[in-house]
Write a protein that binds this ligand. Sequence first.
Ligand SMILES: [Zn+2]
Length: 413
Amino acid sequence: MLLNNLIIADSGRKVNIRVSDGIIADVCLADNVGAANNSPLEKGREGESNGRGVLTRRKEHTEDLQINFTDAIVFPGLINSHDHLDFNLFPQLGGRKYNNYTEWGEYIHKEHKDEIAEVLKVPQALRSQWGMYKNLLCGVTTVVNHGSGSDITDKLITIFDDKHDLHSVGFDKQWKLRLNNPLKRKLPVVIHAGEGTDAAAGNEIDVLIRGNKLRRKVIAVHGVAMQPRQALKFDALIWCPESNYFLLDETAKVDKLKLYTQLLFGTDSTLTGHWDIWQHIKLAHKTGLLNNQELYRALTRNAAEAWGLNSGELLPNKDADIVVAKMNDDTAPDNAFFSLAPADILLVTHKGQVRVADESIYPQIKDKLTAGYSKVKIGNSYKYVQGDVGGLITAIQTYWPQVSFPISVQAHE
Ligand SMILES: [Zn+2]
């Protein structure tokens, strides 16, 4: 597959990308179009000379699938480092300010008991399947699901599972025993920590640090109450700004914490945030707590490093998890990135497989695709999405007829 005439979202370079066997085969400057004459590019990071990205002039070759774009940016498939896939049919619940997540949890279980019961009538596997599509439709190609994700049968994105989930010090009575389980010591621990603005939330982080007797690699989620001295003890912090503002009207001090730990980005579920990760990204961007590059990397390269994924960068030999989107804002490619919405997405590939294609490019590729696709309306745009999205929605409706979705499925031949 050859993707032509794309502008890399963070560097602004104009490139053609060749994908082969699920990986990025090469990334070449697109200025002198003519395949044999392309310049090598993206040779790996500065200071690296491992040779894996170094390209020589190639002989002209034919590609079975070629897509030509105009005014389009490209970036690595996003990595959503925190979600609960099976909680994405919930509406946002508990809209007022709380001091910490325990208060919020008690409130929603009391005040929204019936609504919660109604959603939970839908079998977990169907709820998780929708959670996967929620991410894919926005250009997320990896989700670190808090939970196993093993109930999803047709995985169209990477559901990362090489970690050990603990809920939190407050909600998991066995947390210390589980944290110090020697059989799990090789896996990174993911745990909600410091999700509050009161003293209890700050103390909880110290209790967690002291309880980590095996000095396991711990990745914290939220960290609203986290101080720099505490951040030092974590391998990474997953920033979930929208969820934090919704619950606490405050978020983690990531402008300070970024000096002490690696920052990743997460949406959490629709219980506390919008279904569309771009809304979360725009909110994060507006805070100014991270600069453009830091925020971009929290969603891509840094997350890939923290989880040990072979993705997150547009470099030769990386997994071909690629997103192409319309360049709506032509002032700078990174401004275009931060102004995106799901309707702007033109193409999503996961390990080189086309998962989402906008109707404007679908005619170029439809004869080459082997999987089945659904036609889905998002905003004013139509996308072809792999799998039976209509069937999924119908199945969910049999358990919960009043359910509403941010997309609608269209008939197509
Ligand atoms: Zn969570």
